[in-house]
Design a protein around this ligand. Structure first.
Ligand code: NAD
Length: 323
């Protein structure tokens, strides 16, 4: 197969490219390198371009017949989406509409989309399954949910075959430390804790210790980036096997509190994490944990790098090696 990976030079996309190459597929990557890194690609052909350029997509789709598209490119900062919503609706929603129109016109029918747990908004219950009501509480989540709605409509109208994968917290790194998380700015807990240990970032800010959880800190669901990648390939294969277009949650099903993460980072690195305590942040639910049983049952997905210690160890190996 020959796949197009949009945003393949980013954190999750580069692990996806690694998997596809390892499985012997042809891979073309379109990435404008706005937040990605060319040296994160272990193979494939990189085209540095903005994927929302329709004329560019027409040229590309006329020259290569892709068997499917994995779409990772997005703006990802929840806080920024609140202060600059237009940027998110343009980059995430409108740009993806342009892509879907180009795919429709060039008869590319298979699509796997990086969605997010943010489509659910404030949880009514946990673990959260796919039927949970979707009321995003920020423009980032809304911009992704709008794409999901467009996908359903393109499916009905044009026969697009799609899977939307709603990730919870992507974490970890390539077990061989060739790839890892390189966001700028970094907002994710594990890399921030590791960078605080290394003195590359200020002490880790811990927002709120008075939540209704066993240790008072927020609980999140961390899923290893290689396990996320394997679900994408299974999703594409599922569509090729005639599977119904739909959405799946991707998570561990096991929640860990911020304090537990800090403790594991301390254990793995052998150094205490410098922490600064801060009040709760607005809009942070106490508990966000996935019910990923649908992906396991329907896709046959079996995450294997599930322990928090493994996830932190891989992230640490990468972080320490890339000093
Ligand atoms: N990291 C997480 O925990 C998480 C959780 C839920 C959902 N997601 C989703 O997963 C996807 C990937 O996230 P990530 O953490 O790897 O982000 P990332 O910023 O590392 O990767 C995004 C990639 O897309 C590229 N890109 C952005 N806009 C582009 C454009 N217009 N044209 C071409 N390339 C463009 C960037 O250069 C970058 O390489 C995103 O869609 C994000 O919303 C991530």
């Amino acid at each position: 197969m020959h796949y197009l990976v949009i945003g393949g030079a980013g954190y999750i996309g580069s692990h996806m490219v690694k998997l596809l190459i390892g499985e012997g597929h042809g891979v073309t990557i379109v990435d404008d390198l706005s937040s990605g890194h060319a040296d994160a690609l272990l193979g494939g052909e990189l085209i540095v371009h903005d994927f929302s350029d329709r004329a560019f997509l027409d040229r590309l789709f006329s020259s290569v017949k892709f068997d499917g598209v994995f779409h990772f490119a997005s703006q990802i900062l929840v806080g920024e989406s609140v202060t600059n919503p237009a940027k998110y609706y343009r980059a995430n929603t409108f740009a993806t509409l342009t892509l879907l129109e180009a795919m429709r016109d060039h008869k590319i029918d298979y699509f796997v989309f990086s969605s997010t747990a943010a489509v659910y908004g404030e949880p009514e219950y946990t673990p959260i399954d796919e039927n949970h009501r979707k009321v995003p509480v920020n423009p980032y989540g809304a911009s992704k949910y709008m794409v999901e709605m467009m996908l359903a409509d393109f499916h009905r109208a044009h026969g697009l075959k799609y899977v939307a994968l709603r990730y919870f917290n992507a974490a970890g790194a390539d077990p061989q430390s060739r790839l890892g998380e390189r966001h700028e700015p970094e907002t994710h807990l594990i890399p921030l804790a590791l960078k605080a240990v290394l003195g590359k970032k200020p002490p880790l800010k811990l927002f709120g210790r008075d939540y209704d959880t066993p240790d008072g800190t927020c609980i999140r669901d961390y899923i290893h980036v290689d396990d996320l990648s394997s679900a994408h390939l299974l999703a594409m294969q599922y569509l090729y096997a005639g599977g119904e277009s739909t959405a799946f949650n991707l998570g561990n099903g096991a929640g860990y509190s911020v304090q537990q993460v800090i403790d594991v980072v301390g254990k793995v690195t052998g150094r205490p994490v410098p922490v600064e305590y801060a009040p709760r942040r607005e809009g942070d639910p106490a508990r966000l944990v996935a019910d990923a049983s649908k992906a396991k049952k329907v896709l046959g997905w079996q995450p294997v790098l599930t322990g928090l210690e493994t996830i932190v160890q891989h992230a640490w190996n990468w972080e320490a090696a890339s000093q």
